[in-house]
Design a protein around this ligand. Structure first.
Ligand SMILES: Cc1cc2nc3c(=O)[nH]c(=O)nc-3n(C[C@H](O)[C@H](O)[C@H](O)COP(=O)(O)OP(=O)(O)OC[C@H]3O[C@@H](n4cnc5c(N)ncnc54)[C@H](O)[C@@H]3O)c2cc1C
Length: 392
């Protein structure tokens, strides 16, 4: 396929090295591997181990903590290539997202204690506990409560959609430390904790939630969870701000993942449509088959440009909230449109597991809803970029 996925980023050639290396690694895990994992609703342990051993999941950890010392652009490319190969980055992406909170707001001691362990793969930080059963998009209304004790904290509450909690050793947890009625602004009084989830019987009960796609997501019941003082990241009460500062990176990385998904299904569909013959000619010669794929490809390329714009701003430390959100929105819409077009191009075979299209269709659908719903992205653009009245 000519030039599909070519990026205009001036560092594209440099990234090619990472792309190739990730592609090579992913190539060891063929589509049958992913089909089996999906069917068994299992966690792709072997794949995650290989990614960890190759250092890819530690890409954003600075070299002084034994990580890859790479930036958000490289991380975006790594996740994109994982999905572009047909693998599912949803099994591992959080390790990259949540890292920023520790890097930016953790103490030197916390970083020295945890980061080299995570980088070496001895500990996994794949869980991020924000959403609660009664509180989704309205994060500041969370009810999980952390109270001070003589030597630390005790936490009670419940989280939902805490993905990979059963596969993680560590979880980044958002809890309210000052009740809502005692803060001036609802964004105050929330704190972030790094929770060591090992040996927490009775304090943490984790139950898997079955979902449309294989995502290892759970609900977490927190009952008298004791945490040392050292579990608090940064300043007490500033947690919402810390989570927000990580969101731009998260949006950009999600955009990369969606672009990878979209390119995977378009590559597959274009190849299939060029070979499959119906009525004596390749189905791809028909505009009804060709145009939806062409349209989806254009939308993906446009989303990728927005991704690079957001990354450029991010790297210059310039405000990039609008661009990061737009990149996530455009990429998640484009990847789903691509998967939908790819199903049509495959006809009945689009529904057959062995073609991987239906799996990608399910996997990429998530990103219109999580980690933030596209409605909320539109509200952000409408209200904060265009200055229209707020809905919340
Ligand atoms: C598979 C999966 C994995 C997830 N993993 C994690 C995780 O690891 N950690 C974590 O903390 N969370 C996780 N989430 C949660 C995810 O971030 C939330 O589902 C998402 O933020 C939406 O919240 P909600 O489901 O409570 O929807 P709600 O906030 O209840 O919203 C429901 C619908 O109403 C719309 N809506 C609400 N308010 C407005 C408004 N003002 N204007 C317009 N529309 C509005 C929303 O856009 C949405 O469409 C995951 C979710 C899923 C499905």
């Amino acid at each position: 396929m000519k030039d599909i996925g070519r990026d205009i980023n001036p560092r594209a050639r440099e990234f090619e090295e990472y792309r190739r290396a990730v592609r090579d690694l992913c190539g060891r895990f063929d589509n049958q591997y992913w089909q089996k994992i999906d069917e068994a609703v299992a966690y792709p342990e072997e794949f995650i181990r290989a990614l960890t051993e190759a250092g890819w999941l530690a890409a954003l950890i600075p070299a002084e903590y034994d990580g890859g010392g790479l930036g958000i652009a490289e991380a975006s490319v790594i996740l994109e290539e994982i999905n572009r190969s047909g693998a599912n980055s949803g099994a591992c992406h959080a390790q990259m997202y949540v890292m920023g909170t520790i890097l930016r707001h953790g103490s030197d001691q916390q970083k020295a204690e945890w980061l080299p362990e995570i980088a070496a793969g001895r500990l996994r930080l794949q869980a991020f506990g924000v959403t609660e059963p009664d509180v989704g998009s309205d994060t500041t209304a969370i009810k999980t409560r952390a109270r001070r004790t003589d030597d630390g904290w005790v936490v009670d509450g419940q989280k939902v959609w805490t993905s990979r909690a059963l596969q993680s050793d560590l979880m980044l947890l958002l809890a309210r430390t000052t009740p809502l009625d005692k803060v001036d602004k609802k964004t105050e009084g929330l704190s972030v904790f790094l929770v060591d989830m090992r040996d927490r019987e009775g304090q943490l009960t984790i139950k898997p939630i079955k979902t449309l796609m294989n995502h290892s997501t759970t609900e977490v019941f927190i009952d008298g969870l004791t945490l040392p003082e050292s579990a608090l990241i940064g300043e007490e009460g500033q947690g919402f701000r810390y989570i927000l500062t990580g969101m731009n990176a998260e949006r950009v990385l999600i955009a990369g993942e969606c672009i990878g998904d979209g390119r995977f299904v378009i590559d597959r569909a274009a190849a299939y449509a060029s070979e499959r013959r119906v009525f004596g000619r390749p189905i791809g010669a028909n505009q009804g088959v060709q145009f939806p794929l062409a349209r989806a490809h254009m939308a993906l390329e446009a989303a990728s440009l927005m991704r690079w714009k957001a990354i450029w701003l991010y790297e210059q430390n310039l405000p990039c909230g609008a661009e990061a959100n737009m990149a996530k929105f455009l990429a998640s819409e484009a990847s789903f449109a691509a998967a939908n077009a790819a199903i049509d191009a495959h006809g009945g075979f689009g529904f057959a597991e062995e073609y991987d299209i239906e799996r990608k269709f399910r996997e990429t659908r998530l990103y219109q809803v999580a980690p933030i719903s596209n409605n909320l992205v539109q509200a952000f653009i409408g209200q904060h970029v265009l200055g229209m009245p707020r809905s919340y």
